[in-house]
Design a protein around this ligand. Sequence first.
Ligand code: ZN
Length: 72
Amino acid sequence: MTMKELAERVLLPCPFCGSDGELFVRGFTDDRADAGNAYIGCDTCGVEQPYKRSPTEAVAAWNTRASQETTR
Ligand SMILES: [Zn+2]
């Protein structure tokens, strides 16, 4: 299982439409300072996070937002 698959397992549904979020990670092969930065997006309603410094941070931010939105 890849890191991406692992991270997506713990993703909460999209806070806006309830679909599964998808993790996007900037490639390490690019030799960029921001390689490995990641964000969660939703293909269904098009919502996207700003980039976070790591997939872990992106997932944490997404899940925080999702739980806030769903407990309203
Ligand atoms: Zn959505």
